[in-house]
Write a protein that binds this ligand. Sequence first.
Ligand SMILES: Nc1ncnc2c1ncn2[C@@H]1O[C@H](COP(=O)(O)OP(=O)(O)OP(=O)(O)O)[C@@H](O)[C@H]1O
Ligand SMILES: [Mg+2]
Length: 287
Amino acid sequence: MTVPLPGHAVSNLSRVDTPPLLQVDNLSLEYRTAQRVVRATHQVGFEIDRADRFVLLGPSGCGKSTLLKAVAGFIAPSEGQILLEGQAVEGPGPDRIVVFQEFDQLPPWKTVKQNVMFPLLVSGVLKRPEAEERALHYLEKVGLGAFADAYPHTLSGGMKARVAIARALATQPKILLMDEPFAALDALTRRKMQEELLLLWEEVRFTLLFVTHSIEEALVVGNRILLLSPHPGRVRAEVHSHQYGLGSLGSSDFQASAQRIHRLLFDEASVPEQAPDLDFGDIRIAY
Ligand SMILES: Nc1ncnc2c1ncn2[C@@H]1O[C@H](COP(=O)(O)OP(=O)(O)OP(=O)(O)O)[C@@H](O)[C@H]1O
Ligand SMILES: [Mg+2]
């Protein structure tokens, strides 16, 4: 499936001798309706290590959300398998939490703190005092300690995004799944949220599977990026992007990488001769 380019190492920088946290193997996903079968992804494979910020990047309709839902356990494979710590994923579980784009899913009658506590209490993981302590801990981490008793309708879009992230992290999942979480925010807030997510990751070192169709966002947020072809999604390449952060935006190196990814995604002509040296430590191209 994926083959290293000549001269390039295999792509897991963080790999020591531990098996990957998540293995997606030869995964095909389909939607079946009475009239037809829609194949959303075709024989997709990738591996995510602990503390990876792994990004699924591809054009609209290539199956990114479908892949995320399958990892979350909402959709069963029609071919292949998903293994979390070696165990087949067979349904949703508290070890995989999804943060979606729409933050207005926060129940409006609960305060910010109650929203974050809710999954902890419902699952019976913690008693009320411990749940409250943990909720406040994660609200502090996302900079919302002072808003614990506020109601969601009094918050900005960015603040609601932070509550959703705090609520997800408070459950301490093995992997955090985010589907275009900042797409509905204005450009400045989106950038700020990307920055905060990276700072939070520095502190907590959670494992992230992040979906976007923005090349720039993928380079900023991810340490590894899986490029998917248009519908049905197949693996086109895997790229390392650990060298980039928000500070890299606008640099010639960053822009060259973005252009390179654009070409890989859309199958355009190869890199122009005068292109600067690209620090694409390794790219694996799928054939
Ligand atoms: N419930 C559904 N029933 C039938 N087909 C579906 C369903 N949901 C998605 N699809 C189809 O599966 C394919 C992949 O959809 P998916 O939502 O995963 O794409 P995506 O990469 O997340 O796109 P976007 O970037 O627009 O969110 C598309 O062709 C879509 O039409
Ligand atoms: Mg989607």
